[in-house]
Design a protein. Structure first.
Length: 306
């Protein structure tokens, strides 16, 4: 079988939507797993055969049981791939080009994530990766597979992604989010420090709702993965601007570049990765609609937290 490649725009938007579908299914089956989009479809600008790889990371002692659970729910072991107590490769039974890499958290197979992140952070490496694929256009699959494996090993060495580094990375929090149309995608690679329900008049007007809910994380942990050119902003006050997708209108962020530069605030309901907030609070409650009754036990402030 000869290899042929697609341009990013020919396959990546569709792959991301398929990933979101499987993310929901896998999160329900394995609620304690870490689920990440990996492979070429998760590398912005990468050409590819058009398939989708998903990493599912579980505790080592849960690996075998997780394999059995997936086999009982629409996935089958890929028998021509490496299989160890820390890595199992499964295919979707619907034959839609989806591959699941089930790994033990902290194992050497965190390299799937490290390679993706190396590619996304270095345009020069991505150019080399695309050039390799272009050179392999039309060659036998076995030849391409060998050259690709050699390239990946070399890149991991160049990026100095040691096992210790990625054990640490693998245990960190990681969340994916997107707008309504999927053109804008973002990720949060650290803890969501708090959840803020804002009842101010501007949020009511901007969202057309009783209040807006924002997740707050470190500025360094928030990044736009794709669709930066689709983001529009509106200066709602002297210090604050609000961003939204100009294609579908989804609100994205609340940005104050003067007083809160070390934090990023994003619309929490845009998250595609399951998340259960713990540290919540209500602000600007003096502006809430009279018909809205707040009966939860979270802190409530008339304006801001004092």
């Amino acid at each position: 079988m000869d290899v042929h490649f697609l341009k990013p725009e020919q396959y990546q938007p569709q792959c991301y939507q398929i990933f979101l579908h499987y993310l929901a299914q896998l999160a329900e089956l394995l609620p304690h797993a870490r689920i990440e989009h990996i492979g070429s479809s998760a590398i912005q600008g990468a050409i590819s055969k058009g398939d989708l790889d998903i990493l599912v990371s579980v505790d080592a002692e849960q690996h075998a049981a997780s394999v059995r659970l997936l086999e009982q729910n629409g996935f089958s072991i890929k028998h021509d791939s490496v299989s160890t107590p820390e890595l199992s490769t499964l295919l979707s039974d619907v034959r839609d080009g989806v591959t699941i890499r089930l790994i033990a958290t902290g194992s050497k197979y965190e390299c799937f994530v490290s390679f993706r992140d190396c590619m996304n952070s270095n345009p020069t490496l991505l150019s080399r990766y695309n050039a390799l694929k272009q050179d392999c256009e039309g060659v036998a699959f076995a030849v391409y597979r060998k050259r690709k494996a050699e390239f990946i090993l070399q890149i991991l060495k160049e990026c100095e992604c040691s096992k210790h580094q990625w054990q640490t990375r693998g245990l960190s929090e990681h969340y994916l989010g997107s707008c309504l149309c999927g053109e804008v995608r973002f990720e949060v690679t650290g803890p969501i420090r708090s959840v803020v329900h804002c009842h101010c008049k501007q949020c009511q007007k901007g969202f057309g709702a009783a209040f807006a809910t924002f997740g707050v994380c470190s500025f360094a942990d928030f990044s736009i993965v794709s669709g930066l050119d689709k983001i529009q902003s509106y200066q709602s006050s002297d210090d604050v601007k609000r961003t939204f997708c100009r294609c579908c209108g989804s609100n994205l962020q609340w940005v104050n570049e003067n007083d809160y530069m070390e934090y990023a605030s994003f619309c929490l309901t845009l998250l595609d990765t399951p998340y259960s907030p713990s540290n919540q609070k209500h602000i600007y409650c003096k502006s809430k609609p009279s018909w809205l009754k707040l009966t939860d036990q979270h802190p409530k402030y008339a304006v801001l937290e004092t």
